[in-house]
Design a protein around this ligand. Structure first.
Ligand SMILES: Cc1ncc(C[n+]2csc(CCOP(=O)(O)OP(=O)(O)O)c2C)c(N)n1
Ligand SMILES: [Mg+2]
Length: 323
């Protein structure tokens, strides 16, 4: 059985991601945040479980649905929300926004808006670690939509051929925008695609944070101890639309409702309470702590400074050397 500390930690991680994104949706509806916004509400067990198996020195590469991955990697809610607001205090000075969170200090390598665009980046990071003799792991998250891209196959092939320390994490939420996986792939068992490249791969229930954490721990240990790349297919579901612009005509309400019943936060909370491992006071305190974190982050972001227009060309080219 998972120890109580780890289970509470997973619950807190998921709650932080949920509240961060609920806050983003509210701010977006109030037109305080502009541009694109893709939330992972419903999928929190994936990032929470996998991230719990990583060390601070490991690297993480994610997609445009990455607010939670950045937060759990250690990028502060202050810095994420300031980025959403386009403020200088954001992790990319407000230039990246929702889809392009990036933070070298925590080895969070995006925020990649191009489907499958993160996979070659992850393979490159792992190749660098290998060449420099470091025992670090790179975890690469991507949606199941990525398996239709050439970059997916090129990346898996090279990672396997060179036995690089990459953990490929497929967030299979069944849809790529409005297209269900069965309309685009002849083989919908995605672990088999990895197996075709001789990469050990297995599925896990992406709605169950304990199951994800356990699968990730096994895979990360294998990668770190020189076992070459591994692949997890985590079956999950996004409760909300693909992005803030999506009339959701491709799935019916009953399907969504059946997945909402398996809400990963409610499920873990209920499990712990049934086993007498989470008191009502502890749950209330956890929620208050997370709510306070997000309230403070919104205040920080709102009080931030928009980048002055004169500075917009900075960082595009090397600064001229001053004599
Ligand atoms: C190369 C490329 N083609 C098309 C798009 C447009 N697009 C944005 S998100 C998306 C769906 C991707 O679905 P999936 O990989 O399953 O991730 P999810 O949104 O479900 O998390 C598409 C096609 C893109 N960003 N990049
Ligand atoms: Mg998808």
């Amino acid at each position: 059985m998972t120890d109580q500390h780890q289970a509470h930690d997973l619950l807190r991680r998921m709650l932080r991601v949920r509240r961060l994104e609920e806050t983003c949706v509210e701010l977006y509806s109030a037109t305080k945040i502009r541009g694109f916004l893709h939330v992972q509400i419903g999928e929190e067990a994936v990032a929470a479980g996998v991230m719990s198996a990583l060390e601070p020195d490991d690297a993480v590469v994610a997609t445009y649905r990455e607010h939670g991955h950045a937060l759990l990697r250690g990028v502060s809610a202050d810095s994420i929300l300031a980025e959403m607001f386009g403020k200088q205090e954001g992790c990319c000075r407000g230039r990246g926004g929702s889809m392009h969170l990036f933070d070298a200090a925590t080895r969070f390598y995006g925020g990649n808006a191009i489907v499958a665009g993160g996979l070659p980046v992850a393979v490159g990071l792992a190749l660098a670690d290998r060449m420099q003799g470091r025992r670090r792991v790179t975890a690469c998250f991507f949606g199941e939509g990525a398996v239709a891209e050439g970059e997916f196959h090129e990346s898996l092939n090279l990672a396997a051929l060179w036995q690089l320390p990459v953990l490929f994490v497929c967030e299979n939420n069944l849809y790529a925008m409005g297209t269900a996986l069965r309309y685009t792939e002849s083989q919908t068992d995605l672990a088999l695609k990895a197996a075709a490249y001789e990469i050990p791969a297995w599925p896990a229930d992406g709605m169950d944070a304990l199951a994800v954490a356990e699968a990730a721990r096994r895979a990360v240990d294998a990668v770190r101890s020189g076992g070459g790349p591994h692949f997890l297919e985590l079956r999950t579901y996004r409760f909300r639309a693909h992005s803030m612009f999506d009339p959701e005509r491709y799935r019916d309400k009953a399907e969504v409702a059946s997945w909402v019943e398996r809400d990963p936060i409610a499920t873990l909370r209920a499990t712990l309470q049934a086993e007498d491992r989470l008191s009502e006071e502890e749950w209330t305190a956890m929620q208050q702590e997370v709510d306070a974190e997000m309230e403070q982050a919104v205040a920080y972001a709102e009080a931030g400074t928009p980048e002055p227009v004169e500075e917009l060309t900075r960082f595009l080219y090397t600064e001229p050397a001053t004599p």
